[in-house]
Design a protein around this ligand. Structure first.
Ligand code: MGD
Ligand code: MGD
Ligand code: MO
Length: 705
């Protein structure tokens, strides 16, 4: 901390906690113990003093009148959201009394459920993991976001590694592939814009014409889940035109002959058919990419993100795209290669934080968070008897909501939710415990979009009776008589422990961030962290699992044309002003988003008698929800977009888009397939008959995107 002009105003260095690749450095102004402003730290290059709209409203979120400030005990029927305040002592005593007998009899009947409400290593998985390990509770497979791509990337490049994000600024061709960067990774977009100003060509590969697509030179609007076919056809062209870096292929890749043969099965015409795009678009992209091969045009870079992973073939699609840079030797240049995630580059000492040794030889079962609906309804032993939710809102974000809701509504399930707000999940709690926000606690962060370690210092005291997650689990451990020694580390000590001597903690305390030492072009001379040290087109590990050892296109579980009843493919990417289901309750941000929207192409709308701004019913065999239609060419024919992850309770029928998504998993990584989902849409001819009259318009600005 350092003082500014007035005596009481101080600025505190922190880190943005949210699940976003940018992990910005924050400067919080505190006057008389009150945080008055949160800004981007101008000293941190990746942040550049700029925050997204959401996090620049962080004080509005932290001081929100609905902030949970005391423990609550359920006082109405399950799910009704009725609670009465209780003291911490009462809450902790009762929770301990409920958990202790389960822990003694069948510890695996206790399930932690958490994700990335905060990405902090301390308020994420430190004391919480120690608590559940000591009990012997079920383990949670944290797959809901990125595990298909993580597995695909690991099988190809060896880990979650890639080019340094700042060098996108030096690229001459950037493929933004499955990412709406302006909405979800603004600070990467700043580098892409710099490249664009310096003459780079930007190509966006995305079924939706996003705000990012608008700003690129070209948009390739392929069908959802067809990216592997496109990547294989690009390889086909690189091979037949010999736009290859033969030296790089020979020295630094594995399985090239087999990969080459696979690529030759994918002439552009075949891929064009699968992807629903023009042959010429594929040929031109291949020519542009091939022109960047080593020794010719400038470096070519791929910003791959999560869009393509949320379909059946997500792992294979990631493998196919991650293979491309090696063909043209793009890795030789620091502005070339690809970046999906940098998280594998952070030397986190997870064992020190999470203490798996506390399992003491037990090997509890693992439950996949992406199929929490089925898991909660599974009668097989050991049945889940207690769920402790923190840093996540599964009732809103997990697929196939009807089952998730039925699971959380079980009378015999004991549910504790640690939260800032009374979310859809908190509505189903037996106890809600108030947690601190990033302004109120210590934490330390790796990232998945750049390569600086980030430290977060508390700027203000905890509001009301809120406590950090760590403290809540320490308190529970004490009530349950668990060994004190395992829980003694305080939060600052945990921050120091996260990277140990591998990061200069003094520098973190001083600056708030510390770059990792990583080569500018880490794979210029091969050295991939795979078993072979090469970029593995062929993965012996996958082949040993009985899978195709080479990347292949796998059609969606619910491919367009495979169902007469549900002809439209629905994707549900994030809304720009929300962060998953966080910020949906921040009034100024919700005002920008308006309400739940479904984008639909004018032809698809006309065929169904759907008017722009009218209320529609979106449905499939799993469920239905109603929202407002936006008739727009942002949607391609045959694909609709259910934007954002709204809080269910703010939807027209108390539902959101996940009512329709399925619990089917991806080819690799046991991940969800949110964007592999067939639906039908009809005008809502409910009560009023006239769909556009069902609800007053929320403002014309919303409807013409
Ligand atoms: N503002 C905002 N930022 C966020 C988030 C948020 O909710 N709001 N969420 C954060 C989180 S948790 C994550 S994981 C990241 C996600 O990071 P990104 O994956 O970059 O996020 P999106 O903006 O959803 O970009 C995905 C894009 O993929 C497109 N898409 C859908 N299906 C396909 C497909 O089959 N192929 C291709 N090529 N594209 C497809 C969608 O239309 C969408 O535009 O963003 C983070 N940042
Ligand atoms: N249909 C559809 N569904 C999706 C997606 C999609 O694109 N489409 N995206 C998926 C993706 S990529 C992801 S990552 C998941 C995200 O799913 P989640 O990780 O569940 O993310 P959020 O919905 O933001 O919920 C996080 C919650 O954590 C709380 N929280 C934040 N900080 C703290 C803290 O310090 N302590 C405690 N106790 N609580 C805290 C917040 O208040 C918030 O309610 O959703 C997935 N669901
Ligand atoms: Mo995510």
């Amino acid at each position: 901390m350092h003082s500014t002009d007035t005596m009481q105003a101080i600025q505190v260095r922190g880190a943005c906690p949210h699940d976003c690749p940018d992990t910005c450095a924050l400067l919080t102004t505190v006057v008389d113990g009150v945080a008055t402003k949160v800004q981007g730290n101008p000293d941190h290059a990746h942040t550049g003093g700029v925050l997204c709209t959401k996090v620049s409203r962080y004080t509005e979120r932290s001081y929100h009148p609905d902030r949970l400030l005391q423990p609550l005990r359920r006082s109405g029927p399950k799910g009704a959201g009725q609670f009465t305040p209780v003291s911490w002592d009462e809450a902790l005593d009762e929770i301990a009394a409920r958990l202790a007998p389960i822990a003694a009899r069948e510890p695996e009947a206790i399930l932690p459920y958490s994700y990335a409400g905060t990405m902090g290593l301390v308020q994420g998985e430190s004391i919480a993991a120690r608590f559940f390990h000591t009990l012997g509770a079920s383990l949670l497979d944290r797959t809901i976001c990125a595990s298909a791509g993580a597995e695909g990337l690991t099988q190809t490049l060896g880990s979650k590694v890639g080019m340094k994000v700042e060098f996108f600024a030096e690229s001459k061709l950037i493929l933004i592939w499955g990412s709406n960067a302006i909405a979800s990774s603004l600070h990467f977009w700043r580098y892409a814009q710099q490249a664009k100003r310096d003459g780079a060509r930007l190509v966006c590969i995305d079924p939706r014409r996003t705000e990012t697509a608008d700003k690129c030179h070209e948009h390739i609007a392929l069908r959802p889940g067809t990216d592997a076919a496109l990547a294989l056809a690009l390889m086909h062209e690189l091979v037949v035109h010999d736009w290859l870096d033969h030296d790089y292929l020979r020295a630094h890749t594995l399985g090239w002959e087999a990969m080459r043969a696979r690529a030759l099965e994918w002439p552009p015409a075949r891929a064009a058919e699968v992807c629903g795009i023009a042959v010429e678009q594929i040929e031109r992209l291949a020519r542009d990419y091939g022109a960047c091969r080593h020794g010719h045009g400038g470096p070519a870079a791929i910003r791959l993100n999560y869009g393509m992973q949320r379909a059946r073939g997500g792992g294979n699609a990631t493998r196919a795209v991650a293979s491309l840079p090696a063909l043209i030797g793009a890795w030789r240049h620091r502005g070339g290669g690809m970046l999906l995630s940098s998280s594998g580059q952070f030397p986190v000492d997870r064992a020190a934080l999470q203490r798996p040794d506390l399992l003491a030889g037990r090997r509890p079962r693992t439950i996949n968070m992406s199929t929490i609906g089925d898991a909660l309804l599974d009668e097989g032993a050991p049945k889940i008897e207690a769920v402790i939710v923190y840093n996540s809102n599964p009732v809103a974000v997990a697929p196939e909501s009807a089952k998730v809701v039925r699971g959380f509504a079980r009378e015999d399930l004991f549910t504790v939710v640690l939260e800032h707000f009374q979310t859809d999940t908190a509505d189903y709690a037996d106890f809600i415990l108030p947690a601190t926000t990033q302004l109120e606690h210590w934490d330390i962060h790796g990232t998945y979009g750049h390569t600086d370690v980030m430290l977060n210092r508390p700027a203000i005291a905890p509001l009301g009776q809120a406590r950090p997650n760590t403290q809540i689990f320490r308190d529970l451990a004490r009530r349950m008589g668990l060994p004190d020694a395992s829980f003694a580390d305080d939060d600052e000590a945990l921050c120091r422990m996260a990277f140990g001597a591998r990061v200069d903690f003094g520098r973190l305390l001083r600056d708030g961030f510390a770059p990792l030492a990583i080569d500018d072009a880490p794979f210029a001379h091969g050295g991939f962290p795979t078993p072979s040290g090469r970029c593995e087109f062929f993965s012996a590990r996958l082949a040993a699992q009985g899978l195709d050892g080479l990347p292949q296109h796998l059609p969606n579980h619910e491919a367009i044309g495979s169902s007469a009843l549900y002809p439209l493919a629905m994707i549900s990417p994030p809304a720009r002003n929300f962060l998953n289901s966080s910020f949906v309750n921040v009034t100024s941000l919700r005002a920008i988003e308006g309400e739940q929207l479904l984008e639909i192409h004018p032809d698809d709308a006309a065929a169904r008698g759907i008017a722009d701004g009218g209320i529609v019913r979106v449905f499939n065999a799993r469920g239905a929800y109603r929202c407002r239609a936006v008739v727009s060419t942002r949607a391609r024919i045959g694909v609709v977009h259910g934007l954002g992850i709204w809080w269910r309770k703010l939807g027209l029928d108390g539902r959101n888009v996940n009512e329709l998504t399925s619990q089917a998993l991806t080819d690799m990584g046991r991940a969800p397939t949110f964007y592999d989902c067939l639906v039908e849409v009809s005008p809502d001819v409910g009560a009023g008959g006239d769909s556009s009259a069902t609800m007053p318009s929320s403002g014309s600005g919303r409807l013409n995107r």
